[in-house]
Design a binder for this molecule. Structure first.
Ligand SMILES: Cc1ncc(COP(=O)(O)O)c(C=O)c1O
Length: 375
Protein backbone atom coordinates (compact mmCIF):
# COMPACT_ATOMS: atom_id res chain seq x y z
CA UNK A 1 0.00 0.00 0.00
CA UNK A 2 1.33 3.44 -0.94
CA UNK A 3 1.83 5.58 2.19
CA UNK A 4 -0.36 8.68 2.64
CA UNK A 5 2.81 10.56 3.61
CA UNK A 6 6.12 9.04 2.53
CA UNK A 7 9.27 9.52 4.60
CA UNK A 8 11.13 11.01 1.66
CA UNK A 9 10.68 11.68 -2.07
CA UNK A 10 13.86 11.72 -4.13
CA UNK A 11 11.98 11.56 -7.43
CA UNK A 12 10.57 15.07 -6.92
CA UNK A 13 14.13 16.42 -6.60
CA UNK A 14 15.25 14.46 -9.64
CA UNK A 15 12.44 15.98 -11.74
CA UNK A 16 13.69 19.50 -10.94
CA UNK A 17 17.22 18.85 -12.19
CA UNK A 18 16.56 16.24 -14.88
CA UNK A 19 17.18 18.58 -17.80
CA UNK A 20 20.50 19.91 -16.46
CA UNK A 21 21.68 16.35 -15.77
CA UNK A 22 20.66 15.13 -19.23
CA UNK A 23 22.62 17.96 -20.85
CA UNK A 24 25.68 17.45 -18.63
CA UNK A 25 25.70 13.69 -19.10
CA UNK A 26 25.31 14.09 -22.83
CA UNK A 27 28.45 16.24 -22.90
CA UNK A 28 30.29 13.71 -20.73
CA UNK A 29 29.33 10.74 -22.88
CA UNK A 30 30.71 12.53 -25.91
CA UNK A 31 33.99 13.33 -24.11
CA UNK A 32 34.33 10.00 -22.22
CA UNK A 33 36.21 11.51 -19.27
CA UNK A 34 34.46 9.54 -16.53
CA UNK A 35 36.93 9.84 -13.63
CA UNK A 36 38.22 13.27 -12.64
CA UNK A 37 38.35 15.91 -15.36
CA UNK A 38 36.52 19.16 -15.83
CA UNK A 39 33.15 18.16 -14.36
CA UNK A 40 34.77 17.00 -11.10
CA UNK A 41 36.99 20.07 -10.86
CA UNK A 42 34.05 22.37 -11.53
CA UNK A 43 32.05 20.78 -8.74
CA UNK A 44 35.02 20.78 -6.34
CA UNK A 45 35.49 24.49 -6.89
CA UNK A 46 31.80 25.24 -6.48
CA UNK A 47 31.57 23.11 -3.33
CA UNK A 48 34.62 24.76 -1.74
CA UNK A 49 33.09 28.16 -2.47
CA UNK A 50 29.71 27.12 -1.07
CA UNK A 51 31.37 25.89 2.13
CA UNK A 52 33.54 28.99 2.45
CA UNK A 53 36.77 26.99 2.24
CA UNK A 54 39.69 27.09 -0.18
CA UNK A 55 39.75 23.43 -1.14
CA UNK A 56 37.25 20.66 -1.79
CA UNK A 57 38.44 17.17 -2.63
CA UNK A 58 35.85 14.89 -4.20
CA UNK A 59 35.97 11.29 -2.96
CA UNK A 60 33.92 8.13 -3.37
CA UNK A 61 31.69 8.47 -0.28
CA UNK A 62 31.39 10.08 3.17
CA UNK A 63 33.04 7.21 5.04
CA UNK A 64 36.13 7.52 2.84
CA UNK A 65 36.08 11.30 3.36
CA UNK A 66 36.48 10.70 7.10
CA UNK A 67 39.00 7.86 6.79
CA UNK A 68 41.15 9.72 4.26
CA UNK A 69 41.15 12.85 6.44
CA UNK A 70 42.37 10.85 9.44
CA UNK A 71 45.03 9.18 7.28
CA UNK A 72 46.11 12.55 5.84
CA UNK A 73 46.56 13.91 9.38
CA UNK A 74 48.73 10.92 10.25
CA UNK A 75 46.20 9.53 12.74
CA UNK A 76 46.46 5.74 13.06
CA UNK A 77 47.45 2.90 15.39
CA UNK A 78 47.89 3.99 19.03
CA UNK A 79 45.86 7.18 18.51
CA UNK A 80 42.39 7.84 19.86
CA UNK A 81 39.64 9.86 18.24
CA UNK A 82 36.59 11.05 20.16
CA UNK A 83 33.28 10.32 18.40
CA UNK A 84 29.76 10.89 19.74
CA UNK A 85 28.00 7.57 20.18
CA UNK A 86 24.75 9.05 18.86
CA UNK A 87 25.65 9.03 15.17
CA UNK A 88 25.58 6.86 12.08
CA UNK A 89 28.09 4.06 12.53
CA UNK A 90 30.35 5.38 9.72
CA UNK A 91 31.65 8.19 11.98
CA UNK A 92 33.26 5.53 14.21
CA UNK A 93 33.91 3.02 11.42
CA UNK A 94 36.24 5.48 9.67
CA UNK A 95 38.34 5.75 12.84
CA UNK A 96 38.77 1.98 13.03
CA UNK A 97 39.48 1.76 9.28
CA UNK A 98 42.26 4.32 9.76
CA UNK A 99 43.76 2.02 12.41
CA UNK A 100 42.95 4.31 15.34
CA UNK A 101 40.68 3.77 18.36
CA UNK A 102 37.29 5.47 18.77
CA UNK A 103 36.53 6.93 22.20
CA UNK A 104 32.79 7.26 22.50
CA UNK A 105 31.28 10.40 24.04
CA UNK A 106 27.74 11.03 25.22
CA UNK A 107 25.59 13.88 23.89
CA UNK A 108 23.31 16.66 25.10
CA UNK A 109 19.79 15.51 26.07
CA UNK A 110 18.46 18.73 24.47
CA UNK A 111 20.17 18.64 21.08
CA UNK A 112 21.44 15.03 20.89
CA UNK A 113 24.79 16.53 19.80
CA UNK A 114 28.26 16.58 21.35
CA UNK A 115 28.94 19.09 24.14
CA UNK A 116 32.30 20.42 25.43
CA UNK A 117 31.60 18.63 28.71
CA UNK A 118 31.13 15.26 26.98
CA UNK A 119 34.19 15.89 24.83
CA UNK A 120 36.35 16.67 27.86
CA UNK A 121 35.17 13.51 29.61
CA UNK A 122 36.35 11.37 26.66
CA UNK A 123 39.79 12.94 26.11
CA UNK A 124 42.87 10.98 27.24
CA UNK A 125 46.59 11.59 26.66
CA UNK A 126 46.30 9.45 23.48
CA UNK A 127 43.53 11.56 21.92
CA UNK A 128 44.56 13.22 18.64
CA UNK A 129 41.22 14.41 17.27
CA UNK A 130 37.50 14.75 17.78
CA UNK A 131 34.92 14.14 15.06
CA UNK A 132 32.05 16.55 15.74
CA UNK A 133 28.95 15.21 13.99
CA UNK A 134 26.30 17.66 12.77
CA UNK A 135 23.63 15.01 13.15
CA UNK A 136 20.14 15.56 11.72
CA UNK A 137 21.52 18.66 9.91
CA UNK A 138 22.00 20.53 13.22
CA UNK A 139 25.17 22.04 14.64
CA UNK A 140 26.37 22.09 18.26
CA UNK A 141 28.16 25.03 19.94
CA UNK A 142 31.18 25.11 17.64
CA UNK A 143 32.86 28.01 19.48
CA UNK A 144 32.92 26.09 22.75
CA UNK A 145 33.92 22.81 21.08
CA UNK A 146 36.74 24.51 19.14
CA UNK A 147 38.05 26.08 22.35
CA UNK A 148 37.94 22.72 24.13
CA UNK A 149 39.73 20.97 21.27
CA UNK A 150 42.35 23.75 21.06
CA UNK A 151 42.98 23.61 24.79
CA UNK A 152 43.47 19.84 24.60
CA UNK A 153 45.76 20.23 21.56
CA UNK A 154 43.65 17.96 19.32
CA UNK A 155 42.26 18.40 15.79
CA UNK A 156 38.58 19.18 15.40
CA UNK A 157 37.08 17.46 12.35
CA UNK A 158 33.50 17.92 11.20
CA UNK A 159 31.33 15.06 10.05
CA UNK A 160 28.93 17.20 8.03
CA UNK A 161 27.42 14.27 6.12
CA UNK A 162 23.92 15.36 7.16
CA UNK A 163 24.50 19.12 7.22
CA UNK A 164 25.04 20.56 3.72
CA UNK A 165 24.40 24.29 4.04
CA UNK A 166 24.01 24.41 7.83
CA UNK A 167 25.93 27.13 9.65
CA UNK A 168 27.17 28.16 13.09
CA UNK A 169 27.02 31.93 13.70
CA UNK A 170 27.27 32.45 9.93
CA UNK A 171 30.14 29.98 9.39
CA UNK A 172 29.24 27.10 7.07
CA UNK A 173 29.33 23.50 8.26
CA UNK A 174 32.67 22.00 7.26
CA UNK A 175 34.60 25.27 7.39
CA UNK A 176 35.20 25.50 11.13
CA UNK A 177 37.37 22.47 11.92
CA UNK A 178 40.65 21.40 10.33
CA UNK A 179 38.51 19.64 7.72
CA UNK A 180 34.85 18.99 6.98
CA UNK A 181 33.68 15.65 5.61
CA UNK A 182 30.56 15.26 3.47
CA UNK A 183 28.55 12.37 2.13
CA UNK A 184 26.48 12.81 -1.02
CA UNK A 185 24.56 9.56 -0.53
CA UNK A 186 21.30 9.91 -2.50
CA UNK A 187 19.08 10.68 0.50
CA UNK A 188 21.27 13.49 1.85
CA UNK A 189 20.28 17.18 1.49
CA UNK A 190 22.74 17.25 -1.42
CA UNK A 191 22.63 13.74 -2.83
CA UNK A 192 24.14 12.10 -5.91
CA UNK A 193 22.62 9.32 -8.04
CA UNK A 194 24.87 6.86 -6.21
CA UNK A 195 27.70 7.08 -3.71
CA UNK A 196 29.87 10.20 -3.52
CA UNK A 197 31.59 12.39 -0.93
CA UNK A 198 34.02 15.26 -0.37
CA UNK A 199 36.41 16.79 2.14
CA UNK A 200 36.71 20.55 2.48
CA UNK A 201 39.62 22.32 4.14
CA UNK A 202 41.45 25.65 4.23
CA UNK A 203 44.81 23.88 4.63
CA UNK A 204 46.61 23.53 1.25
CA UNK A 205 49.02 20.81 2.49
CA UNK A 206 46.21 18.73 3.88
CA UNK A 207 44.33 19.20 0.60
CA UNK A 208 47.34 17.98 -1.40
CA UNK A 209 47.76 14.92 0.80
CA UNK A 210 44.08 14.13 0.40
CA UNK A 211 44.31 14.46 -3.40
CA UNK A 212 47.19 12.00 -3.40
CA UNK A 213 45.60 9.59 -0.88
CA UNK A 214 42.30 9.35 -2.79
CA UNK A 215 44.22 8.39 -5.94
CA UNK A 216 46.52 5.49 -4.92
CA UNK A 217 49.01 7.83 -3.23
CA UNK A 218 50.07 9.30 -6.58
CA UNK A 219 52.61 12.09 -6.82
CA UNK A 220 50.80 15.20 -8.11
CA UNK A 221 51.00 15.36 -11.88
CA UNK A 222 52.55 11.91 -12.28
CA UNK A 223 50.70 8.84 -13.51
CA UNK A 224 53.31 6.26 -12.50
CA UNK A 225 54.93 7.53 -9.30
CA UNK A 226 53.37 6.84 -5.91
CA UNK A 227 54.59 8.51 -2.71
CA UNK A 228 52.31 6.86 -0.13
CA UNK A 229 49.89 3.97 0.25
CA UNK A 230 46.53 5.46 -0.63
CA UNK A 231 43.12 4.27 -1.72
CA UNK A 232 40.98 4.33 -4.82
CA UNK A 233 38.37 6.81 -3.70
CA UNK A 234 37.69 9.21 -6.53
CA UNK A 235 34.53 11.13 -7.32
CA UNK A 236 33.24 10.14 -10.73
CA UNK A 237 32.27 12.72 -13.30
CA UNK A 238 28.70 11.45 -13.77
CA UNK A 239 28.03 12.13 -10.09
CA UNK A 240 29.78 15.51 -10.24
CA UNK A 241 27.31 16.61 -12.93
CA UNK A 242 24.37 15.58 -10.74
CA UNK A 243 25.84 17.34 -7.71
CA UNK A 244 26.46 20.52 -9.69
CA UNK A 245 22.85 20.54 -10.88
CA UNK A 246 21.51 19.90 -7.38
CA UNK A 247 23.81 22.48 -5.77
CA UNK A 248 21.89 25.18 -7.65
CA UNK A 249 18.74 24.04 -5.80
CA UNK A 250 20.29 23.32 -2.38
CA UNK A 251 19.49 26.64 -0.66
CA UNK A 252 15.86 26.56 -1.84
CA UNK A 253 15.49 22.93 -0.73
CA UNK A 254 17.04 23.68 2.66
CA UNK A 255 14.69 26.65 3.06
CA UNK A 256 11.73 24.37 2.34
CA UNK A 257 12.99 21.93 4.99
CA UNK A 258 13.29 24.78 7.50
CA UNK A 259 9.73 25.91 6.94
CA UNK A 260 8.46 22.32 7.34
CA UNK A 261 10.43 22.04 10.60
CA UNK A 262 8.89 25.34 11.77
CA UNK A 263 5.41 23.94 11.07
CA UNK A 264 6.17 20.81 13.09
CA UNK A 265 7.60 22.92 15.92
CA UNK A 266 4.55 25.21 15.97
CA UNK A 267 2.12 22.28 15.90
CA UNK A 268 3.87 20.54 18.78
CA UNK A 269 4.58 23.71 20.79
CA UNK A 270 2.08 22.74 23.48
CA UNK A 271 2.69 18.98 23.29
CA UNK A 272 2.28 16.08 23.09
CA UNK A 273 5.82 15.62 21.73
CA UNK A 274 8.82 17.83 21.03
CA UNK A 275 11.36 17.91 18.27
CA UNK A 276 14.99 17.66 19.30
CA UNK A 277 16.08 21.23 20.12
CA UNK A 278 18.36 23.41 17.99
CA UNK A 279 21.38 25.11 19.56
CA UNK A 280 21.00 28.91 19.71
CA UNK A 281 23.53 30.24 17.17
CA UNK A 282 23.09 27.32 14.77
CA UNK A 283 21.15 27.50 11.54
CA UNK A 284 20.24 23.90 10.81
CA UNK A 285 19.14 22.30 7.56
CA UNK A 286 16.82 19.62 8.96
CA UNK A 287 18.15 16.62 7.13
CA UNK A 288 15.85 14.85 9.59
CA UNK A 289 12.98 16.00 11.79
CA UNK A 290 13.56 14.03 14.96
CA UNK A 291 11.17 13.81 17.89
CA UNK A 292 11.57 11.97 21.18
CA UNK A 293 8.67 9.70 22.06
CA UNK A 294 8.86 7.47 25.16
CA UNK A 295 6.52 4.79 23.77
CA UNK A 296 8.12 4.95 20.34
CA UNK A 297 7.54 1.46 18.97
CA UNK A 298 3.80 1.52 19.57
CA UNK A 299 3.44 5.07 18.25
CA UNK A 300 5.48 4.18 15.20
CA UNK A 301 3.31 1.16 14.43
CA UNK A 302 0.20 3.25 14.78
CA UNK A 303 1.59 5.89 12.43
CA UNK A 304 2.46 3.18 9.90
CA UNK A 305 -1.11 1.89 10.13
CA UNK A 306 -2.31 5.45 9.36
CA UNK A 307 -0.08 5.60 6.28
CA UNK A 308 2.66 7.80 7.79
CA UNK A 309 6.19 6.58 7.08
CA UNK A 310 8.79 7.26 9.75
CA UNK A 311 12.44 6.36 10.39
CA UNK A 312 14.73 5.77 13.38
CA UNK A 313 18.10 7.49 13.51
CA UNK A 314 19.47 5.48 15.18
CA UNK A 315 18.05 2.51 17.11
CA UNK A 316 21.42 1.29 18.50
CA UNK A 317 24.09 3.72 19.74
CA UNK A 318 27.53 3.06 18.23
CA UNK A 319 29.13 1.88 21.47
CA UNK A 320 26.47 -0.88 21.65
CA UNK A 321 27.03 -2.12 18.07
CA UNK A 322 28.77 -5.52 18.13
CA UNK A 323 32.07 -4.52 16.43
CA UNK A 324 32.42 -1.44 18.64
CA UNK A 325 31.53 -2.82 22.09
CA UNK A 326 35.22 -3.46 22.73
CA UNK A 327 35.87 0.29 22.46
CA UNK A 328 33.11 1.25 24.93
CA UNK A 329 34.44 2.55 28.21
CA UNK A 330 31.18 2.75 30.17
CA UNK A 331 27.51 3.54 29.83
CA UNK A 332 26.45 6.65 27.90
CA UNK A 333 22.98 7.23 29.35
CA UNK A 334 21.76 10.01 27.05
CA UNK A 335 22.72 8.16 23.86
CA UNK A 336 21.21 4.93 25.18
CA UNK A 337 17.89 6.58 26.13
CA UNK A 338 17.77 8.46 22.82
CA UNK A 339 18.18 5.25 20.82
CA UNK A 340 14.96 3.96 22.37
CA UNK A 341 12.97 7.15 21.90
CA UNK A 342 13.96 8.96 18.71
CA UNK A 343 11.52 8.95 15.82
CA UNK A 344 12.15 10.71 12.51
CA UNK A 345 9.05 12.24 10.93
CA UNK A 346 8.63 12.75 7.18
CA UNK A 347 11.01 15.48 5.99
CA UNK A 348 11.85 16.40 2.41
CA UNK A 349 11.67 19.67 0.45
CA UNK A 350 8.55 18.73 -1.53
CA UNK A 351 6.47 17.70 1.51
CA UNK A 352 3.18 19.58 1.12
CA UNK A 353 1.46 21.64 3.84
CA UNK A 354 -1.53 19.29 3.88
CA UNK A 355 0.83 16.33 4.36
CA UNK A 356 2.59 18.07 7.27
CA UNK A 357 -0.83 18.76 8.82
CA UNK A 358 -1.79 15.09 8.36
CA UNK A 359 1.44 13.96 10.09
CA UNK A 360 0.77 16.31 13.02
CA UNK A 361 -2.83 15.05 13.39
CA UNK A 362 -1.68 11.44 13.22
CA UNK A 363 1.03 12.03 15.85
CA UNK A 364 -1.55 13.61 18.17
CA UNK A 365 -3.87 10.67 17.64
CA UNK A 366 -1.17 8.06 18.17
CA UNK A 367 0.35 9.65 21.26
CA UNK A 368 -3.03 10.41 22.84
CA UNK A 369 -4.10 6.81 22.31
CA UNK A 370 -1.13 5.88 24.46
CA UNK A 371 -2.33 8.16 27.25
CA UNK A 372 -5.77 6.52 27.12
CA UNK A 373 -4.11 3.11 27.35
CA UNK A 374 -2.07 4.12 30.37
CA UNK A 375 -5.16 5.53 32.12
C1 LIG B 1 26.68 11.22 10.02
C2 LIG B 1 27.20 10.41 8.88
N1 LIG B 1 28.53 10.17 8.78
C3 LIG B 1 29.05 9.45 7.77
C4 LIG B 1 28.23 8.93 6.78
C5 LIG B 1 28.86 8.08 5.73
O1 LIG B 1 28.62 8.50 4.44
P1 LIG B 1 28.58 7.44 3.23
O2 LIG B 1 27.34 6.64 3.38
O3 LIG B 1 28.55 8.32 2.02
O4 LIG B 1 29.81 6.62 3.32
C6 LIG B 1 26.85 9.18 6.82
C7 LIG B 1 25.91 8.73 5.78
O5 LIG B 1 25.65 7.70 5.40
C8 LIG B 1 26.31 9.91 7.91
O6 LIG B 1 25.01 10.14 8.02
Amino acid sequence: MKPVVPFSDLAAMTREIREAVDEGWDRLLQGSRFIGGEAVEEFEQAWAEYCGTRHAIGVANGTDALQLTLMALGIGPGDEVVVPSNTFVASAEAVVLAGATPRFADVSPRTMLLTPHDLMAAITPRTRAVIVVHLYGQMPDMDALSRTADKAGIWLLEDAAQAHGASWRGRPAGSIGQAGCFSFYPGKNLGAFGDAGAVVTADPDLANRLRSLRDHGRVAGSHYRHERVGMNSRLDALQAVVLMAKLARLDAWNEARRSIAARYQAAFASGPIRLVEDEAGARGVYHLAVARIPDRERVRQQLTAMGIETGIHYPIPCHRQAPYVRFASGPLPVSEAAAEQVLSLPMFPHLRDDQVARVCEAVFEAVTAKEVQIA
